[in-house]
Design a protein around this ligand. Structure first.
Ligand code: CP
Length: 308
């Protein structure tokens, strides 16, 4: 695997290998590694990020890499340089791996095959966020021990969620049932429709049936129209309140890819409750991304060897 672009491109065995590598790095804790010593990794975040950007940076530095930050606002993209030429320029400068966040769903499909950089999708529009889905899977396996037969419920802005775009292909590969629910106008994925394995249902059903409830942020920045409800109304009608959470299975847990809008998609106290795995997800993001960087780096070296 030379790139990590989309979960839908991966075999279950490839994903399992990433999870095993992540477990290895987690067991080593903060210990440094020399896998990428002397190598350059570039972060091109063309949309805002806290967790993904910094966890990739920590991951790359723990593997010994030098990390370069590309700032789109002061780059030659503003002078009309294409994405393809930007990536080829980084490659010519000696960068090996490019970690990219973009607002464009088809960014990776457009540049794939046009650069020798190893490409890592750090979130592409409303299409896929593969490393978020992988770290969620790692967290589920860590907490529950076994994945087969679990029911994961996702509630929120399904229409614009790239996390849903990855999970709808990831979870069924592991025998996990995926139930989805959202407010009116937030469920239809026009550009990237659901596969037949996922089930759309009501919020109360998701809360009652799920072993894990994953809340999703309302992606106001992607909406063309103002929401017809206030934040308070959203929480009461469609969010996870303390009252609604009492209807979850006794063992059921709460997750959220974050950033969390407290008291919108879920009541603030639930974020900090014993049921919440939200900050564990962030912690596991570093180990999962170390595993991803190792995987694409080894893939890139293998391709270079095959061509030498
Ligand atoms: N979950 C996630 O992608 O968070 P950031 O936008 O902060 O990277």
């Amino acid at each position: 695997m030379r790139h990590l672009i989309a979960i839908r491109d991966l075999e279950r065995e490839e994903i399992e290998e990433i999870l095993e590598k992540a477990a290895y790095y987690k067991q080593r804790g903060a210990e440094m590694d020399s896998l990428l010593r002397g190598r350059f990794v570039a972060e091109l975040f063309l949309e805002p990020s806290t967790r993904t950007r910094f966890s990739f940076e920590v991951a790359a530095k723990r593997l010994g890499a030098e990390v370069l930050h590309f700032d789109g606002q002061v780059s030659s993209l503003t002078k009309g340089e294409s994405y393809e030429d930007t990536l080829r320029t980084l490659e010519a400068l000696g960068v090996e791996i490019a970690i990219i966040r973009t607002a464009e769903n088809d960014f990776f499909r457009n540049v794939e095959g046009k650069t020798n950089l190893a490409l890592v999708n750090a979130g592409a529009g409303t299409w896929e966020h593969p490393t978020q889905a992988l770290l969620d899977l790692f967290t589920l396996r860590e907490h529950f021990g076994s994945l087969r037969g679990l029911t994961v419920g996702m509630i929120g802005d399904l229409a614009f969620s790239r996390v849903v775009g990855s999970h709808m292909h990831l979870l069924p590969k592991f025998g996990i049932h995926l139930l989805l629910a959202g407010a009116p106008g937030m469920t239809e994925r026009k550009e990237d429709p659901y596969p037949p394995t996922v089930k759309l249902c009501g919020i109360e059903e998701v809360i009652r049936e799920a072993d894990v409830v994953i809340l999703l942020r309302i992606q106001r920045e992607r909406h063309r129209e103002e929401a017809s409800f206030s934040k308070e109304e959203y929480l009461q009608k469609y969010g996870l309140t303390v009252h609604r959470a009492q209807g979850m299975k006794p063992h059921a847990m709460i997750m959220h890819p974050a950033p969390v809008n407290r008291d919108v998609e879920l009541e603030s106290s639930l974020v900090d409750s014993p049921r919440s795995l939200i900050f564990r997800q962030v912690e596991n993001g570093v180990y999962t991304r170390m595993a991803v960087l190792q995987t694409v780096w080894e893939g890139k070296k293998n391709v270079q060897l095959a061509h030498s």
